[in-house]
Design a protein around this ligand. Structure first.
Ligand code: NAD
Length: 364
């Protein structure tokens, strides 16, 4: 298979981790006989410095003309005082809008090897944690009508969803559940919000087309509580933009390892998806060979699975990561309280070495 991938290294540790992601993709391409070509794209702070704007039109065009987009991270203290509309993070909104990616898929996985980093008690996480949060990304209150009255004493934001918007995100929710444990929980606030009641109606209308999926509903306040009380009950959670924003951060924190979590933002399948680690640009460790590249490497696995339909290749990456962790290799951020012991044993590695280890495991 021949595919073109747009790379957005971005700022901070972005270039370090995207480099490891592409090395891993190359290893997979060599092993499975594919050809991936890459085009570098400027976005974020680096684009502000070069072109005076966070997402030049040319950058978006290159992304749209590719088969998939891999993003490192954008932002950093250097650009903290630029005007709001020119902030590096504007590149993310521009990419999501321009690429029409309306579904954000965030797996919250607790790696058994890293269970010590999970802030929840053993009896709560039990056998582990493996939740997929499907968040609506381009609608709802973040994009709804907003304003203030003339006296500046009142402000409003509007939660608004159309039936087609709900259908397309729930379709991804149902289909994702079918590829996992066949459980879909739609999280809403249907006891109060009319828009949530429409989400429920649409989910119920769609359910007969997915007979193997066990559909349930939960109010968002309860879901926030259940995630820390009994996270093992969830398989796929589908929810609106704002609820998803909050719950996906909560779910990722309870895994205890931000440097491990990948994400995919998908559209209707006619254009490329956007793949990125969930963490930021970590300016404190940029360029020091300290960044954990695994979230980016696992984002590459999602890219192969969702954009190219290469399931075996995606699993090959995931298994390689698992093997490297099983062998006890750690970057600093995931060493936890074992750091000194691991360092003495020579098991603490930097960004590049971690990439090397994953590539070796792919080839083993
Ligand atoms: P951050 O995720 O960059 O860093 C939080 C902490 O986690 C830091 O101590 C950092 O060193 C550590 N960390 C993060 N990723 C790591 C990795 N891969 N390996 C090892 N350690 C890692 O969050 P922040 O400090 O709040 O934000 C820094 C900058 O990133 C800000 O400018 C912010 O706006 C931006 N940001 C960008 C994105 C994105 O591009 N998607 C997301 C979040 C934040």
């Amino acid at each position: 298979m021949e595919k073109k991938i747009a790379l957005i290294p971005g700022d901070g540790i972005g270039p370090d981790i995207v480099r490891e992601g592409t090395r891993v993709l190359d290893a997979v391409a060599a092993k499975f006989n594919h050809k991936f070509s890459y085009e570098n794209v400027d976005a974020g702070g680096v684009a502000i410095d070069k072109y005076g704007e966070p997402l030049p039109e040319k950058s978006l065009k290159t992304c749209l003309a590719s088969d998939a987009v891999l993003l490192g991270a954008v932002g950093g203290p250097k650009w903290d005082n630029v005007p709001g509309n020119l902030r590096p993070e504007k590149a993310l909104l521009g990419l999501r809008g321009g690429m029409k990616v309306f579904a954000n898929l965030r797996p919250a996985v607790m790696f058994k090897q890293l269970s010590a980093a999970c802030p929840l008690k053993d009896e709560i996480v039990g056998a582990g944690l493996d939740i997929l949060i499907v968040r609506e990304l381009t609608g709802g209150i973040y994009f709804g009508e907003r304003g203030r009255n003339a006296e500046n004493t009142e402000a409003w934001d509007t939660e608004r969803y159309t039936k087609p918007e709900i259908q397309r995100i729930l379709k991804i929710g149902f289909e994702s559940a079918m590829k996992r444990k066949n459980k879909l929980c739609v999280v809403d606030k249907a006891n109060i919000l009319e828009s949530s009641r429409l989400w429920r109606e649409v989910a119920q209308e769609m359910a007969p087309a997915y007979p193997s999926v066990d559909l349930s509903f939960m109010y968002v306040d309860n879901a926030a509580m259940q995630l820390v009380r009994n996270p093992g009950q969830f398989d796929v959670i589908a929810t609106s933009n704002m609820f998803g924003d909050i719950l996906s951060d909560e779910a990722s924190q309870i895994t205890g390892s931000i440097g491990m979590l990948a994400s995919a933002s998908l559209g209707d399948g006619t254009g490329p998806g956007l793949y990125e680690p969930i963490h930021g640009s970590a300016p404190d460790i940029a360029g020091k060979d300290l960044a954990n590249p695994l979230a980016t490497i696992l984002s590459c696995a999602m890219l192969l699975r969702y954009d190219f339909g290469l399931e075996e290749e995606a699993r090959c990456i995931e298994k390689a990561v698992d093997k490297v962790l099983d062998e006890g290799w750690r970057t600093r951020d995931i060493a936890g309280s074992d750091f000194e012991k691991l360092e003495a044993a020579g098991k603490i590695v930097g960004t590049k070495k971690m990439g090397d280890l994953v590539i070796k495991a792919i080839n083993d």
